[in-house]
Design a protein around this ligand. Structure first.
Ligand code: ZN
Ligand code: ZN
Length: 325
């Protein structure tokens, strides 16, 4: 599929459309061409939601950047959203001095790109090998993003947990709540078994009650599977999704997302509060692309918590304003 920059009859700014969606009255400014060959368009202002029939696409795309295969809708269905500016499209790979940069996983290492014969283009296409497990992004791939009004979440969520915090844990929970309110950053550094998960509960409750969207990113699938039932038990009213390689909850518009750090690559400008569990653990420490993926997933200036895995036994303190590793 080739793309064009098109000036629509009643608009002053061009939009990017697949060739198949261009109509006679549209004025083509660039293309049709492979999407990577088109210059980037500035991000358009957010239009008003014009139709009542949008929630399904909004719930799939809001806060994410996805391939067409992941959206699972036809060009006919997508066309009105593209023309209205409610959905924007950009190339999945960006050309650089040394080759490409993948806009989903931020990989720019030439050794992590390959070439294959592309059935879509009927010629060789370069693709990102680094995030291939999430669906192939090649030079002809487009990423789609929701540009309509944000989804809103119910603030009627309360914490159902009757545990008792120790003095140190209480201090940690209060600092976390304060950090969320101030949209600040925080490093929580605690010994193994110190109750790091539980001390997050009140802070997450504060975030959810103020309508925030929260990401809890952790290095491994087994940790996601362990945390999910615990969070569903203490926040029964919240919509919670667990994301990992084989998760079937990837389409759920959840207010609290518990995900492996790799799954955060699909998100863009999505989360008000981002909590990174075991920030000193593999693969987060070894993959700068994961740090960039988490950065892409958060909204501008959210509060962020960082929880290391290995700690000195005697260290139980909560440190504020610690630089992000
Ligand atoms: Zn990639
Ligand atoms: Zn191709």
């Amino acid at each position: 599929m080739r793309y064009c920059h098109v000036l629509l009859p009643d608009k002053t700014e061009p939009v990017c459309l697949p060739e198949i969606c261009v109509e006679e009255k549209d004025v083509i400014q660039h293309g049709p061409d492979v999407i990577i060959s088109l210059p980037d368009l500035p991000h358009p202002p957010q239009p008003a939601l014009e139709s009542e029939n949008t929630p399904s696409l909004q719930s799939i795309l809001y806060g994410k950047e996805l391939l067409l295969e992941e959206i699972q809708c036809t060009w006919e269905e997508l066309n009105p959203f593209l023309r209205a500016g409610l959905v924007t499209v950009r190339a999945g790979l960006h050309p650089t001095k040394n080759g490409y940069k993948c806009r989903r996983c931020h990989n720019s290492d030439p050794a992590r790109f390959g070439v294959f014969f592309c059935a879509r283009c009927q010629k060789d296409c370069a693709y990102c090998r680094h995030c291939i497990m999430m669906g192939r992004i090649s030079t002809c791939s487009a990423l789609f993003r929701w540009n309509g009004p944000p989804s809103s979440f119910s603030p009627h969520i309360s914490l159902h947990w009757d545990g008792i915090f120790s003095k140190g844990q209480k201090r940690a929970t209060e600092t976390i709540i304060q950090t969320i309110k101030e949209k600040d950053e925080l490093l929580v550094w605690a010994v193994c078994g110190a109750g790091k998960t539980e001390i997050l509960f009140p802070g997450i409750e504060t975030a959810l009650q103020s309508g925030q969207r929260v990401l809890l990113a952790t290095p491994r699938t087994d940790v996601v599977l362990e945390l999910l039932p615990r969070f569903r038990h203490v926040f029964p009213e919240a919509i919670i999704a667990g994301l990992y390689g084989k998760s079937e909850e990837k389409q759920i518009l959840a207010q609290l997302v518990i995900a492996t750090t790799h799954q955060t690559m699909r998100f863009a400008d999505a989360f008000d509060t981002v909590i990174i569990d075991e920030v000193d653990a593999f693969p987060y420490t070894a993959e700068t692309s994961l740090v960039q993926a988490v950065q892409k997933g958060k909204r501008k200036m959210p509060p962020r918590f960082i929880s290391p895995r290995r700690q000195p036994i005697r260290c139980k303190s909560v440190y504020k304003n610690t630089p992000f590793p």
